[in-house]
Design a protein around this ligand. Structure first.
Ligand code: IPE
Ligand code: IPE
Ligand code: MG
Length: 202
């Protein structure tokens, strides 16, 4: 691993590293298609890429890594693909538990987790509980997440606080909104990477 630590020293010597990196994981299907493989095999390879990126970030001392893994819009995909993705997620969480422990990575999620199949939710809840005390990197998996979903849930929460009288409509400001968004516990990302070659946010 001497080569790897050389790369890390080189990166560190270039100046401050981002505190929070976010990755929109895209292009799995195209990657597979270019190789004459089924889309699902692209997703499987994607899991390996995620493991490598996660370990590299943890070793470099990145504090927060957000992975946009499955979007609200992804529910519109064929059932077989959704099913395969959910199974991959469960398998990856089971198999990579040791990666979390070895690197003291804390797992968190953002998104409409209740929409995920129950076995996925269970796997996530267990690993989050097992890693909640870790002080290494925080890995945030965005699942059943989209910016529009996040704004909706923030507005619902603000609305219900107004309804119950703990908040007045006049008090709604940028800070109240920011604190109601699901990333409120983390600093804003410093670097956003979209894999797959397209230059846009989802
Ligand atoms: C990203 O790759 C994986 C998920 C959305 C879960 P895609 O499946 O979007 O692959 P492309 O963009 O079709 O190549
Ligand atoms: C987005 O890929 C990556 C996510 C997992 C969120 P998609 O191909 O699903 O999304 P678009 O192309 O940005 O709509
Ligand atoms: Mg895509």
């Amino acid at each position: 691993m001497e080569q790897e630590s050389d790369i890390q020293d080189e990166l560190k010597s270039r100046g401050p590293l981002p505190e929070h990196i976010a990755v929109i994981m895209d292009g799995n299907g195209r990657w597979a298609k270019e190789r004459g493989m089924a889309r699902v095999l692209g997703h499987k390879e994607g899991v390996h890429a995620v493991r490598d990126v996660t370990e590299a970030c943890a070793e470099l001392g990145i504090s927060y890594l957000t992975l946009y893994t499955f979007s609200t819009e992804n529910w519109n995909r064929p059932a077989a693909e959704i099913n395969a993705l959910m199974h991959l997620l469960i398998k990856a969480l089971k198999r990579e538990a040791s990666t979390f422990h070895k690197n003291r990575i804390r797992l968190q999620t953002i998104g409409d987790i209740d929409q995920l199949p129950v076995p996925c939710q269970r796997e996530l809840t267990d690993l989050m509980a097992d890693t909640s005390k870790y002080d290494g990197m925080t890995l945030i998996l965005a699942l059943s997440y989209s910016g529009r979903w996040d704004i909706s849930q923030a507005l619902r929460s603000i609305g219900s606080r107004i309804e119950s009288g703990v908040l007045s409509a006049d008090d709604v400001n940028e800070e109240v909104i920011a604190r109601s968004m699901s990333g409120e516990a983390y600093p804003d990302p410093d670097l956003l990477i979209r894999t797959g070659g397209e230059k846009r946010i989802s």
